[in-house]
Ligand binder design. Sequence first.
Ligand SMILES: NC(=O)c1ccc[n+]([C@@H]2O[C@H](COP(=O)([O-])OP(=O)(O)OC[C@H]3O[C@@H](n4cnc5c(N)ncnc54)[C@H](OP(=O)(O)O)[C@@H]3O)[C@@H](O)[C@H]2O)c1
Length: 293
Amino acid sequence: MARIPRTGLTGRMTEHPILVTGGTGKSGSRVVSQLKNKGVRVRVGSRSGEPPFDWTDRSTWDAALEGVERVYVIPFDGELLTRPFVRRCEEVGVKRVVLLSGRGVDVAGYAGENSAAGKTHIDGEDAVRTCRLEWTIVRPAWFAQNFSEGFFLDAVRSGELRLPAGDGAASFVDAEDIAAVAVAALTENGHAGRIYELSGPRAVTLAEAAATISQATGRTVRYVPMLPEDFIAELVAEGWPQADAEDYADAVSPIRRGMDSHISSGVQQALGRPPRDFSDFVRIAAAAGGWPS
Ligand SMILES: NC(=O)c1ccc[n+]([C@@H]2O[C@H](COP(=O)([O-])OP(=O)(O)OC[C@H]3O[C@@H](n4cnc5c(N)ncnc54)[C@H](OP(=O)(O)O)[C@@H]3O)[C@@H](O)[C@H]2O)c1
């Protein structure tokens, strides 16, 4: 699919910093780097940022938004804070917001009723779609970087990826691609009112993911499928709160139920190029020392 031609950076953007909430996380840190590479001023929204930004402390919001016209919003899962934050953005003169959401927000039965991320994303998307700002929403599949920087990293290090995912597959998307789409939506015209569903170019089973990482790193990583109840009991025995363990199992369940293997075309639509393959992510992460002992 051809990409619609879009105009590039505007002069005003070099004057006004773009606020990147979650700017130290998997997609946010890459949005920060890619914006800086374009010569755009960036403010990192993080509890360790300057000024600090804390979702749970509204007294920090205004300083983070000072002089800002464009914001990348990575929500705070489990709380309904995107709505008041977007409202504050309207009040202080922000003009454009790009929201990171999640796959399945609009699919009945994708997430469980009590899913912390699900509730946050459904309310956050509604707040953004009904606000007065220019908006774009990105809905990514599971991030490939969960294996190197996120939920699955400890398991990969231990050599056993123990998950209740059955023999299901996910079309993991590279956080570099998520960031590239967000940067396009933040810096170009032509993305307003769009919802980009993002995935990688193919579905990868957990067993295939483990094998690819094994091959690239030379260390043995194997996938161990677990029953959801055993997975939850194991996490609780490790000290996890029951509700968090259930939430984790719930987040993985769409993979087991075959709801995460489809391919989404948002990277191609927004950037005019295909998404990066999972094996490229593994090769690059391994070369960068992504899985130290
Ligand atoms: N990971 C996936 O596969 C995936 C897939 C689809 C959607 N999502 C969505 O992506 C979003 C990010 O999730 P993630 O797990 O990938 O995390 P992440 O973006 O890698 O990291 C979380 C970020 O949130 C910031 N943060 C945490 N607590 C904060 C607070 N109280 N105030 C301000 N910032 C805070 C952290 O910054 P500091 O610690 O520096 O403050 C960090 O930058 C979530 O909404 C999730 O539902 C994730």
